[in-house]
Design a protein around this ligand. Structure first.
Ligand SMILES: [Zn+2]
Length: 125
């Protein structure tokens, strides 16, 4: 009967393996709840609960003044032109300083959580 192991069986095994991979979980960036990676991809690194909160909450910053908008446009243009040359490590240190000072935005804190979870993950192979 060992030879009866058909290609259908092998396809079934592969399908199960794919499903296991599909439900791989990582912590939600905002509340740390273990969440399927597919959901994180769908909801912007959030679990569904945090996504609902995001959608229902006041997610807009107070509107910018005309001058603030102009300053921000200048910063974005400089960044796109390569005028901001912080390395990824410098950027992370910058965000950590903001976090310690309590001035990091939820998105910046979420970014740091993601960075730390990546740093803790074993090297992929
Ligand atoms: Zn969450």
């Amino acid at each position: 009967m060992a030879t009866y192991r058909s290609s259908a069986d092998q396809r079934r095994d592969q399908r199960i393996a794919n499903e296991v991979e599909a439900v791989e979980v990582m912590p939600c960036t905002f509340c740390q709840t273990l969440t399927p990676v597919l959901d994180l991809n769908t909801y912007g690194a959030r679990c569904y609960t945090c996504y609902r909160n995001y959608c229902e909450g006041d997610r807009h910053d107070p509107s910018l003044t005309r001058d603030q908008r102009r300053d921000m446009a200048g910063i974005v243009k400089a960044a796109l032109a390569g005028g901001l040359r912080a390395s990824p490590q410098e950027h992370i240190r910058h965000l950590q300083a903001k976090e310690e000072a309590g001035t990091a935005t939820p998105a910046q804190r979420g970014f740091l959580v993601a960075v730390r979870s990546l740093a803790k993950a074993p090297a992929g192979d």
